[in-house]
Design a binder for this molecule. Structure first.
Ligand code: URA
Length: 238
């Protein structure tokens, strides 16, 4: 039989603050569980399919959090930022309390798909160089891109501080100035350095896909959403 857990502990584990604070929220009638008000912090609930509201906001119980964010420009992928706000300010506070982390960083001027989780194993699987999860970038270049530059990127370019040339898995011309590049690695400023190595320059960079998961068209810049089972399957097929 599934183990039942006191409400106060559930709220605390889900990131709603110290246990004392969670107890007070329950006493103050700020919580409903599975559609019913609950003012007893010690009332015990089965975690499976548990739905609750906190001050009117609906939540599902989640053992671990898996989400995607459409990162805007001028946000930094770090908790201690230097020049711009942190991407974590775009997430609900309980998720930040749960210590979710972004999986691989994007530069402050890069936009697009970023995965965020508090599941250490998932973070490791998605970010470890051993797993080579492919990432697709839409790159807007300063100068028109010609076939010889594409061939060079596909053959491999030598970057300073790297032992061997690095090649993109795919490189497709979308328009005169725009290419789609798939990379198996996530080295520091990799796209910008590879494009510089073919005597061009990145003017705009957006990550549009990780593994088989595409940045959804209806996820606006700055918005986040939970990863669905379907999304997770697209990531685990790597
Ligand atoms: N490559 C870059 O140069 N910057 C990014 O943000 C991601 C990949």
């Amino acid at each position: 039989m599934a183990k039942k857990i006191p409400l106060e502990r559930i709220l605390h584990n889900q990131g709603f603050g110290a246990r004392k604070l969670c107890r007070i929220m329950v006493w103050n009638d700020e919580i409903t569980v599975n559609g019913q008000p609950c003012d007893d912090p010690n009332a015990e609930f089965d975690l499976e399919n548990l739905q609750y509201t906190v001050r009117g906001e609906a939540w599902n119980y989640r053992e671990k959090s898996y989400l995607m964010l459409h990162k805007p420009s001028n946000y930094e992928c770090s908790h201690k930022t230097q020049h711009h706000p942190t991407i974590y300010s775009l997430l609900p506070h309980p998720l930040v309390v749960r210590d979710v982390q972004c999986i691989g960083r994007l530069d402050e001027d890069t936009t697009g798909l970023i995965l965020i989780s508090d599941d250490g194993q998932f973070i490791h699987r998605m970010s470890s160089p051993k797993h080579k999860v492919p990432k697709v970038y839409e790159v807007t270049c300063k100068h028109p891109v010609d076939e010889s530059q594409i061939a060079h990127i596909l053959k491999g370019v030598q970057l300073i501080d790297e032992d061997a040339p690095i090649a993109a898995l795919t490189c497709t011309k979308i328009s005169d100035h725009v290419i789609h590049m798939t990379l198996a690695e996530g080295k520091y400023h990799q796209v910008k350095r590879m494009v510089a190595a073919i005597s061009n320059r990145v003017e705009g960079l957006k990550r549009i896909q990780i593994g088989q998961l595409k940045l959804p068209d209806d996820l606006a810049v700055g918005e986040w959403r939970w990863l669905s089972e379907d999304d997770m399957a697209k990531l685990s097929s790597e």
